[in-house]
Unconditional design. Structure first.
Length: 60
C-alpha cells in the first residue's frame, strides 16, 4: 500500500471511529498477524502510525 493510500485509510478510519481509530487499526493489524499475513499486518501498522500523527495534529 503506498503512502497516499495509507493516509486515505487513516483519515477514513479516524473520521469513522474518532479517538478509537488507532485501536481499530491495531486490532486489524493483530488479526492479520495472527492469520500469518505479515504484509497486511505491516500495512495496518502503517495506518495506525498515520492515525497517531493525525490525532497529534488534531490535539495540538
Amino acid at each position: 500500500m503506498d503512502t497516499s493510500k495509507v493516509a486515505e485509510y487513516a483519515h477514513a478510519l479516524y473520521q469513522a471511529h474518532g479517538n478509537k481509530a488507532e485501536a481499530e487499526a491495531a486490532k486489524r493489524a493483530k488479526k492479520h498477524e495472527d492469520d500469518g499475513e505479515s504484509d497486511e499486518a505491516a500495512q495496518w501498522q502503517a495506518v495506525r502510525a498515520a492515525i497517531r500523527e493525525l490525532r497529534g495534529a488534531h490535539e495540538s
